[in-house]
Structure formats: structure tokens, C-alpha cells
Design a binder for this molecule. Sequence first.
Ligand code: A3P
Length: 415
Amino acid sequence: MEEMFKTLPQHSCSWLKGRMTLYNYQGFWNVQPAHEGAIMAQQKFKARPTDVLLCSSPKTGTTWLKALVKTNFASSKYILDVDTFHARLGHTSVSKLVHLSKSFDVSNFKCENMDEEPLVDRNDPPHVVPNTPVSSSSNDGVDSSVPSPVPMAAEPSIPPPINNPLPTRKSTRAATKPAWLKDFVTPKSTTTLPHALVPFIETELHKIEENHKNSSFSLMASHVPYTSLPESVIASECKIVYIYRNIKDVIVSNYHFSRDIVDVPAENVPFDEAFEEFYQGISACGPYWDHILGYQKASLERPGRILLLKYEDLKMDVTSNVKRLAEFIGYPFTIEEENSGVVEKIINLCSFKNLSNLEVNKSGKHHLENDTAIENRFYFRKAKDGDWENCFTDEMKEKIDKLIDEKLSGTGLVL
Ligand code: A3P
């Protein structure tokens, strides 16, 4: 592997005082450990149809997306799994579901009224959501069709049972809630960075393999460009959510994050050099526009399997986009959940204000498998749309607008 890297085009980032070297592999730039991890994932990672992969270029809202989807997964899986699975399998009457959904309070994540017998054993695996896209409006004119929610009386296509450790309703009662979920929602005690809850396939494969042993469905993430994803991701038909963001804000966010992780003070780092590199396509997972175009093309070819979401749109209408996300991953909110404010609670829990104020995100560190650690606070800077206006000159704005016009014209994408 070492020998191979010597043959690749490489670039030492001068604005980071040479503390970061990027290599171009399969058409994209990245640091060596990330490329090595991606190669390892290509060789070893076995995706399953029930997996959900959250993909993105760095600095586009990955942390937020991880928090939102994980919390949605957790709330539906932990609290409502028994009921929603049953409903999806066509065994539970709506009134029963209403009754059960009234029996929990998401704000405390406490289950009450747990005296009933299990409706279904949690060893029942979820069924694979059929690939039946319905048209959906996209904010950019991008055709990001989403599948319809699983019909209540649909004939389930159940994969062979996999060792699914989700507790039965009885054991749920005894266990109250999983430790990580407790940590996630308890600000003052030990808490957890969203990245520690949703591992990257290219840097934390080991964790994913462990999750796979223990569960029949997993949530994971990747910054790897679509064309370099492990073949099993495509072959398995697992679902992909891709988030992207206004390029100018990504450039600024990337400037601050890169500087922070290599520990070079702002006064020593000229923004114009960082801008120029990004503009040339040289950035982690860059060229940024090619990263987006790869996923957009795939989403058009495989509607219903890949959902494109724009950070700014998520911000502008978080409620309907969170519902859309939940539907897409196969865990739509019930009317009763919506009426009881579950969606808003998830949104508030994952808001920038809440997450950035958690003690763990102010003072904790995220340890990666390659022995590096990143301070959690670096993932939460301003989350402000249009922050680029504080850094860009008129000339930079013009250059980027022209570039984006050239690269994305006719794609329906707006950056
Ligand atoms: P800024 O640097 O513009 O503040 P990523 O998670 O892909 O690394 O992206 C990081 C960007 O997302 C940062 O943008 C960060 O502040 C913002 N972010 C982090 N958590 C967020 C949240 N809960 N809601 C909205 N934006 C968030």
C-alpha cells in the first residue's frame, strides 16, 4: 500500500504549513489514512439491504444528519419497534397502536404501561422495504424520489433471521433504555458525540463489523465518493442518504476545521490560499462538485435507494425534511407520534444549540481507530448560512459562481 501511495499525485497544503498532505486516488483527494480505510472497506465491507448509509463530503452537515437519523432510529427502534414492526407486518390494529404510542414519553425516553405481553418478538427481523419510488418534490429540481412508507397490509418480504439482539418488550421493560441513548439525551452526564454513534466505514470498519454481528440493521456513514464505495453497498441495495451544502459555506467551514485539527492558529493561515486550493478541487474528498455529482447521478439511476438532502433546505424546513428522512429510511412517524410532538422533540434534541452546548461536545474528544483524536467542539462552529460573506472577496465570489455554473449547469443542482 505504501508503495502505491508513492505513485499517486500528491499535494502538501501550504496554507496548513505542510501539516496535511492529500493524495489523489480514484479521482478524489484525501489524506492517506482515509484512502487506506476506503480501500479496506472496498475489500472487506459487506453491506446488507437493511443498512442505512449516511454519505457526505466533509463539512456539509454530516454531524447533524447523523444525530437526526440516529435519534429517529433509536426512538422508533427502541420505543416503537415492537408496535411499528407489527403494524408494518399487518398484525396490529390502529387503535392498539394509538393506545401503545400514548404510553411513552419521548422527552424522558421512558416506557410506561409495559405490562402487556410482547406483540412480537424482537428477534423478528424487519422486512426489506420494497424499491417502489413515489415522486417527491425536490427543492433543487433534483429528482430525489423517495419510497412510499411501508404499507400496513403489504406482503412483507422477510430476510432470513439474523441474530437480532433487540430486546423483547419484556426485556425492554427491565433494561429501561440503552446506555448510549441515555447518554445522548442527558446533557450533564456522560454524553456522546453523534460521530461516536454512527461510525464511518472508511475509518471505523471494526465498529461496523461488531454492530453487524449484533444487529440485523445498522446505521453507518461515509465520506467516500459514490464511485469508490464498496461494491456491496450498491449490490445490497441498502439505502443511502446524501447531504450536501452551499459550496461557499463549505469552503469556510473546511478552512476552520482543517486549521483546527492540524492546530495552526487563524492568524497564520491565509484564507485566500485555502480558497484557491478548494477552487482547484483539492480538498478532503474533493473536487467537491464531483462528489455531489456522483451521488446525484446515482440517485437518478436508483431512485428510492438514494435520497439527496441539502443542508440549507433541511434548515429551512426541518420538520418536513425530518419526516421525509424518517419515511425514506423505513421508520415513518405515525400520526400519533406526530401529534404527540415526537418530531419536534427529535429536532430540538439534535439542534445546533442543544448539541453544541452538551458538555461532551465542548470538552470531549472523538477517538478514531487510526489513533487520532479530534476535539468534539471542532464539529460545532457556527452553523450559520452565509458565513462565507465574512471571508470572501468579491473576486472569490465571482470565481466560485462561475465555476459552479460551469460544473453544475443542467444538473438541477444549486449550490
Ligand atoms: P460551520 O463550520 O459552518 O459552523 P460536518 O458535520 O459535515 O463536519 O459539518 C460541520 C458543519 O455543520 C459546521 O458548520 C457545523 O457548525 C455544522 N453543524 C454541526 N452540528 C449542527 C447541527 N446540529 N445543526 C446544524 N448545523 C450543524
